[in-house]
Write a protein that binds this ligand. Sequence first.
Ligand code: FO1
Length: 317
Amino acid sequence: MILALAGGVGGARLANGLCKILDGDQLVVVVNTGDDFEHLGFSISPDLDTVMYTLAGRNNVALGWGIEGETWNFMQALEGLGGETWFRLGDRDLATHVMRTQALRHGDSLSKVTGRMFQQMQVACQVVPMSDDPVRTMVECDEGVLAFQQYFVRRRCEPVVKALHYEGAANARPSEAFRAALQDAQLDGIVLCPSNPFLSVRPILAVAGVEAMLRKVQAPVVAVSPIIAGAAVKGPAAKIMHELGMEVTSLGIAKFYGDLIDGLVIDAQDAHLAAAIEATGIAVAVTDTVMKSDRDQQKLATFTLEFVSRLRREQSR
Ligand code: FO1
């Protein structure tokens, strides 16, 4: 069984590759909920939705979020009434937020409503939120402390980041399925998807007890670097690394995760960094990591799982 930690576009793409090559009961995908917020009366879970739409083959590729073939009548009507339109909710996407909000108000957990929606969308693998308790990523920047979506969407990631805080994480419990996967004797490996390390992976690791449980896992922990040739494929990962004084390379990613990971998959364009990364005690595997098509996603997923198997064989020697 494989446990994958994901959030955002890169994470959703690798999770999709893993979901396509593994049987439904062989994969648990845990998704960041630090980006979640309440807006216009709705409970919005952007990363869960990006993963759901991607795994269901319904993601809006051009936008990188939301549903394909989206229309915007609701937003236009809201604008006409003088409502808040900086965070765009498409007409189709709106149904997801209505369903989630209704279920949460009714007393269902985020795990429960997420499970139901993934089932309705006929996604085979298990996808769960990192926690059913609220965790909110807060961005300490040159404009003060901004709630995540204020920084990300409203301010277009322009403010200079000084630090990130995951409000509520210290008191949040991992979701039941997440905890069970971390403690499962059948766990063969953990994959940290090429998601933004600060905005997607760290919030998951910050949930109470998660990092300690992860460190106890015998199976290999492998990350896929989201940085290629000094840039992020998508999003502000490179900008944030630079602002936090980190080296914007796969070596910087290796140092960020440190001894939490056993291996790092890096892009062929960064092959020259392999020796320096291995010198930190982390094994390296090199391949093309850009995922555009479904085929790219499955190829990278297969490569990553082979790397996990190789590390497991080496461990047992
Ligand atoms: N991202 C934007 O850049 N602008 C938006 O208006 C926006 C709306 C939106 C609505 C629903 C949803 O699930 C995601 C949405 N996103 C939007 C994406 C989202 O804010 C970020 O991509 C993630 O939080 C970062 O992973």
